[in-house]
Design a protein around this ligand. Structure first.
Ligand code: HSE
Length: 580
């Protein structure tokens, strides 16, 4: 099986203004995942968190007024090394496969003085190879190596240069510097004075007239010399400033941010609670207005305001809101609740594969008729954006699929390989929140079949014929362990061929994309009409991967709201009446 992919690359740079502290890493994860969902592989270049570089420089100068540059560079580079490693860990927790590639790994060579050098070469192939079956690589910005392999720095603001240099060397489709503002302004918009206009396009020369602390001039001169354009934007931004050949033109006047999206949550289990935790991190974007739970008393010890909880999901879907997130699972009553929410003109986001497999066509029609969105990116593959990648491939449609779509069975197989008994492994998967309420849906291939049916419908536009369905219900220990002995692994593979879907256990070589999956990971090999083979991988089950996917849908809605004309809302009185 070949590992080819030609998904375009985007280089994203996260500076100290958006990564002010560890708490902000989740925002960088969401941004990376956003671009994965839009069909890109991501190179994330990071600066040190917040004011770390200033602190490290001060620490170095504590020893001597002119510290030895090599030692100072090594000390300061720890800031980027730390933020890159932390972002790698945050991506892993969210189930997004990524690797941290530092300057020695990619052989990022520089010339010039140690503390203010310029990049000259990099092993771009290492990055490209790593991105074949990973969503992202993380590169510490600002840091390189000289001819002797000593650590060098690219000067203040040097992470911009790292990002621009990598984008040029990789021939990336896009390069975006992510800041805490919507783009580049004629002057600092935070300062008092007349309204600062934002550029829609700015020429390299005009960008060089701006303050070098906003955008590193060395980097801009490099972009100009190589005639490539790049973007400056905020997190989750749709608008941006394009820095390029020009001409320089101003964009529209900044609108005040829209009010937060009002969210109703149905269910507070593995997925619901994870989503809730994400939502309360971003009060600027989201306001939780109701949570429907089976038993409110069970949540008494959690830090959730009791007035938000109701045991009446029908009341919850009537609560004035912009979006309903269904995290109950199962076809009933979830399907009827989704239908009611759509009829009430709420956007609906669900992770529920069973209901989408069973009633997806009807619910989609209802959403269209009501003029709202039904989003279910989390229903297939957890944090692997299989649904979204499929949607980006419309001009070269997907004709066949082979995929591992059930995290529980893959996890159980990996534990049986490690010598654990089958039943104990299933119990572990339940404890870790991977398994369905009834784990036989995982093991007997029902869950995988639901998911491949959804993918087939999206790929072909119609419901597929259902073929073979075989799971891994016990008795697999010998098969699992003898496969490992010859460097193979048992996998529960869901396939689409000639408009027929099937699921069956198959033994595959360990070095293939499906063979190399670890524990609860999922992956899909999408084969297109033109013969491309695209691999989408990620953790397929568990609280954080699944909530990451739900957040991806929510942030998509938040972008729609931020850039769309205001929609009339119900009056506060009407809202209070229902909340009473
Ligand atoms: N039980 C499912 C799995 C959860 O194990 O894959 C994610 O859909």
């Amino acid at each position: 099986m070949s590992h080819s992919t030609d998904l375009p690359i985007i280089v994203l740079k996260f500076g100290g203004s958006v990564l002010t502290r560890e708490h902000d890493l989740a925002n960088a994860v969401h941004e990376i995942y956003r671009w994965n969902r839009e069909g890109f592989r991501v190179v994330a270049v990071v600066s040190a968190l917040g004011k770390t570089t200033d602190k490290l420089l001060a620490q170095g100068h504590h020893y001597a007024s002119t510290p030895e540059p090599g030692a100072l560079a090594s000390l300061v580079a720890t800031g980027e090394a730390t933020s890159a490693a932390l972002l790698g860990l945050a991506l892993d927790r969210a189930g997004i496969p990524a690797e941290v590639l530092d300057a020695p790994r990619i052989n990022l060579r520089t010339r010039g003085v140690v503390l203010d050098s310029e990049p000259v070469s990099v092993h771009a192939d290492v990055i490209r190879r790593t991105l074949r079956d990973r969503a992202a690589v993380v590169v510490p910005g600002f840091v390189g190596l000289d001819d002797e392999g000593r650590t060098t720095l690219l000067g203040r603001g040097g992470s911009d240069f790292t990002a621009l240099f990598l984008a040029q060397q990789l021939n990336a489709a896009r390069c975006r510097l992510v800041k805490d503002v919507k783009g580049l302004y004629e002057r600092d918009p935070a300062r008092p004075g007349p309204l600062a206009r934002r550029f829609r396009h700015v020429s390299w020369d005009d960008a060089l007239k701006l303050d070098g602390r906003i955008i590193q001039h060395k980097g801009v001169r490099f972009a100009k010399a190589h005639e490539f354009s790049f973007e400056v934007a905020e997190l989750n931004g749709r608008e941006c400033t394009v820095v390029g050949a020009g001409p320089t033109v101003f964009g529209p006047v900044d609108q005040p941010p829209p009010p937060p999206l009002r969210v109703v949550l149905l269910g507070l289990g593995t997925v619901g609670l994870g989503v809730y935790r994400h939502l309360i991190r971003r009060p600027d974007l989201f306001e939780v207005v109701r949570i429907a739970v089976r038993n409110a008393k069970r949540h008494a010890n959690e830090d959730i305001p009791s007035y938000l909880l109701t045991s009446d999901p029908e009341l919850a879907v009537r609560t004035p809101a912009d979006v309903v997130i269904e995290a109950i699972g199962g076809v009933a009553p979830a399907g009827d609740l989704i239908a009611a929410a759509l009829r009430n003109r709420r956007h609906v986001i669900t992770a529920n594969k069973a209901v989408i497999a069973e009633r997806g066509t009807e619910l989609q029609q209802l959403a269209t008729d009501s003029g709202v969105k039904l989003l279910y990116g989390a229903a297939v593959g957890g944090a692997s954006p299989i649904i979204e990648t499929l949607a980006t491939l419309t001009s070269d449609p997907v004709e066949s699929i082979d995929a591992v779509l059930n995290g529980t069975t893959n996890f159980v197989i990996s534990r049986v390989e490690a010598g654990i008994e089958f039943e104990d492994a299933v119990r572990e998967a339940q404890t870790l929140g991977f398994a369905e309420a009834d784990p036989s849906r995982d093991l007997d291939a029902t869950d995988s079949l639901d998911k491949i049916r959804i993918l087939a419908r999206l790929a072909t536009g119609r419901d597929a014929t259902i073929g073979e369905k075989r799971g891994v219900l016990g008795g697999i220990t010998t098969q699992v362990r003898s496969a490992v002995a010859v460097n193979h692994h048992l996998r529960l593979v869901a396939s689409l061929r000639n408009n027929t879907v099937s699921v069956a256990p198959i033994v595959v070589n360990a070095s293939t994309p499906l063979g190399s999956l670890a524990a609860e990971e999922n992956a899909a090999i999408l084969r297109t009409r033109s013969g491309r083979e695209i691999i989408v991988r990620g953790k397929g089950a568990g609280r954080w991967p699944t909530s990451e996917a739900v957040l991806g849908d929510l942030l998509q809605l938040a972008r729609d709201f931020a850039y769309a004309p205001a929609r009339p809302r119900e009056s506060v009185a009407a809202r209070e009446e229902v909340l009473a």
